[in-house]
Design a protein around this ligand. Structure first.
Ligand SMILES: NC(=O)c1ccc[n+]([C@@H]2O[C@H](COP(=O)([O-])OP(=O)(O)OC[C@H]3O[C@@H](n4cnc5c(N)ncnc54)[C@H](O)[C@@H]3O)[C@@H](O)[C@H]2O)c1
Length: 408
């Protein structure tokens, strides 16, 4: 039975990032325990996917298991095929069996999908098609992508220390609408007989309203600043977006709202990222801006995400924001922190298990404090290790549960 996500009942929780920024808080999406079984026992669907997906999911699973058992939680894990792995085994990227297992679980943890081998497949046979369909089927319309600079990794950022230090922002991306789903879409020929490809950016007022409400509530639990990013000077869908966000803002007088065009936002993100607290934006702008924000933090390998739906709509989907990284797959070079932090988000937002989430976040900080780094976040003076060894060190940290912030 699926956990019901109370997206509209956020509770403040001190985050591990708030150590460097004491005023900031994560929001928590508490889950009502499934009625038919023990509230401390959960079914988790694991979707390792392709490339580095299986490597990072293996670490996250071990960490989830250990943190759970130390906090009195039991899991039933169901591992299913998705993406290229599913295509090779079954001929489709999202088998019905995978989808139904995901829908019937309390939360879904995904690695990543895609790879060179399937790049030239027809669209319905691309691994990435499975991802879009899964998000749509699970009705997870709000994608939360925190981007915070870990004090230990400031020097891994491509930005100057004084710009990157202390960045703590949250991108709230609309996930199930906009140009990725809008119709009409396809290929054709124009009046000159030339080949064309076309897509439709389309949003309804209710779609904008629900993501705006979610973002305002998240901002309320952080630093009460919300920046809505659009392209309302050019696009009709963005004009409606801005109109609805301004209307919804009347219900949140305690949140300071600003509106910014996406081209300016992409520039401001690297010019002065500390000006942002919570950003709300549409599907495609959120996709791009959150990848850009990831680089402020040093590596895309550090950034988790949570995708949530309306209350009682089904399980949340938790995944690192990176892809399957085929260039380093199978070489034990992948950074598993983003997936491990996604597992912490799963516990907090999907299952309401705050203590276990905190234990995992403490472990990430402790492992970084002890100097262990994968290649993407390595700097002189730290210990360069592989994905598996980071996993082993994380397990030690989960066990010792050194409070977040302690340094050696
Ligand atoms: N959610 C998803 O499953 C998802 C998201 C994005 C891309 N993809 C797919 O992944 C494939 C590769 O896409 P891409 O190269 O554009 O993006 P990518 O995120 O896979 O990789 C971009 C760069 O970051 C590095 N990187 C990514 N994650 C890392 C990690 N955990 N540790 C260390 N380095 C890491 C890679 O080595 C690469 O150099 C494509 O097939 C794409 O469609 C899937």
């Amino acid at each position: 039975m699926a956990a019901s996500l109370q997206l509209l009942q956020f509770k403040p929780v001190r985050s591990f990032h708030s150590l460097s920024s004491p005023r900031s808080t994560y929001v928590r999406c508490s889950a009502a325990p499934p009625p038919s079984k023990s509230p401390r026992s959960y079914t988790i669907t694991l979707l390792p996917g392709d490339g580095i997906g299986p490597e990072v999911i293996s670490v996250a699973k071990d960490v989830l298991l250990l943190a759970g058992s130390l906090e009195g939680i039991k899991y039933e894990f169901r591992e299913r095929l998705m993406g290229g792995a599913a295509l090779d085994a079954t001929g489709v990227p999202l088998p019905d069996e995978t989808l139904s297992a995901a829908k019937q679980s309390d939360a879904v943890l995904l690695g990543a999908v895609g790879g060179y081998k399937w790049d030239n497949n027809e669209k319905h046979l691309k691994p990435e098609t499975a991802l879009l369909r899964l998000r749509e089927e699970l009705k997870v319309f709000a994608n939360l992508r925190p981007a915070s600079v870990f004090p230990q990794l400031v020097d891994a950022s491509t930005l100057k220390r004084e710009i990157a230090e202390g960045v703590d922002l949250m991108v709230v991306r609309e996930l199930t609408g906009g140009i990725y789903f809008g119709k009409p879409r396809g290929f054709g020929t124009n009046e000159n007989g030339e080949e064309i490809g076309f897509n439709t950016e389309l949003y309804s007022a209710p779609e904008i309203d629900r993501i705006a409400h979610a973002a305002f509530k998240i901002a309320q639990k952080r630093r009460r600043k919300l920046c809505s990013v659009d392209k309302a000077n050019v696009l009709e869908a963005s004009m409606l977006w801005r109109k609805r966000v301004l209307a919804i803002a009347q219900e949140y007088p305690d949140v300071e709202l600003s509106n910014m065009y996406v081209d300016n936002a992409s520039m401001q993100l690297i010019r002065d990222p500390k000006q942002f607290d919570t950003i709300v934006t549409n599907n495609i702008f959120g996709d791009i801006l959150s990848d850009e924000a990831s680089m402020i933090t040093g590596s895309i390998g550090m950034l988790p995400s949570a995708s949530l739906g309306a209350p009682a709509s089904g399980p949340g989907l938790f995944e690192p924001i990176h892809g399957s990284a085929p260039d380093i797959a199978g070489q034990d070079k992948a950074n598993p922190f983003a997936t491990v932090l996604s597992a912490a988000m799963l516990l907090r937002y999907g299952l309401g298990e705050e203590k276990a989430a905190q234990r995992i976040e403490n472990a990430v900080l402790d492992t970084l404090n002890r100097g262990f780094r994968t290649g993407d976040i390595y700097s002189a003076g730290t210990k360069l290790v592989g994905c598996k060894e980071v996993g082993e060190e994380l397990m030690k940290s989960v066990e010792s549960n050194v409070p977040a912030g302690a340094t050696v």
